[in-house]
Ligand binder design. Structure first.
Ligand code: HEC
Length: 145
């Protein structure tokens, strides 16, 4: 291959490679953002579970409030997700909102000392985690390596 044709290959190949990296990167970085958010939620849920089973109202309130305030995936992820999920995006968002609402409700009940209400409110939180996973893991799980 002459110097000239190498140069030509380089001129066309490099931009294509660069474009592929650019197209691949947002999705990968975005999926990483989601995993970070999920790992934080997992830690909060573990704290919450322990507190519910111990009937530790102070800790239930703290862990539920942390879950309600848990950082959601960043804007880049959410934009990527919108494109990825298409018409399913609102359903995904509803699960996220329902999780926040359920965690806030549980924190409120703990603060009010309503021990008998803790279990159903805790279950409502759990249902949102499991519901979203059941509904969307097949959509997004292919990003799992
Ligand atoms: C709005 C939807 C939604 C909600 C609500 C949700 N998750 Fe997830 N979660 C996902 C998706 C989608 C994945 C799969 C990501 C993947 O495989 O790339 C996931 C993955 C995970 C993972 C695996 C992360 C990893 O490292 O692969 C954990 C742990 C997790 N979620 C915990 C939780 C917990 C705990 C809750 C509730 C407190 C919760 N999630 C609520 C959508 C959700």
């Amino acid at each position: 291959m002459s110097k000239l044709s190498l140069f030509r290959v380089g001129r066309t190949t490099l931009p294509i490679l660069a474009l592929q990296v650019v197209l691949w990167f947002p999705g990968t970085a975005a999926a990483e953002g989601l995993r970070e958010a999920m790992t934080a939620m997992e830690a909060s849920l573990e704290r919450l579970t322990a507190a519910v089973f111990r009937r530790d109202l102070v800790q239930v309130e703290a862990a539920a409030a942390a879950l309600a305030d848990a950082p959601r995936p960043d804007l880049g992820y959410r934009l990527w997700l919108l494109g990825r999920l298409g018409e399913d995006a609102p359903r995904f968002r509803r699960y996220g909102e329902a999780l926040t609402a359920a965690a806030e409700d549980l924190a409120r009940k703990a603060r009010a000392g309503q021990k008998a209400q803790l279990d159903p409110a805790y279950r409502e939180v759990l249902d949102q985690c499991l519901g979203c996973h059941r509904a969307f893991q097949t959509h997004l799980g292919e990003d799992r390596q």
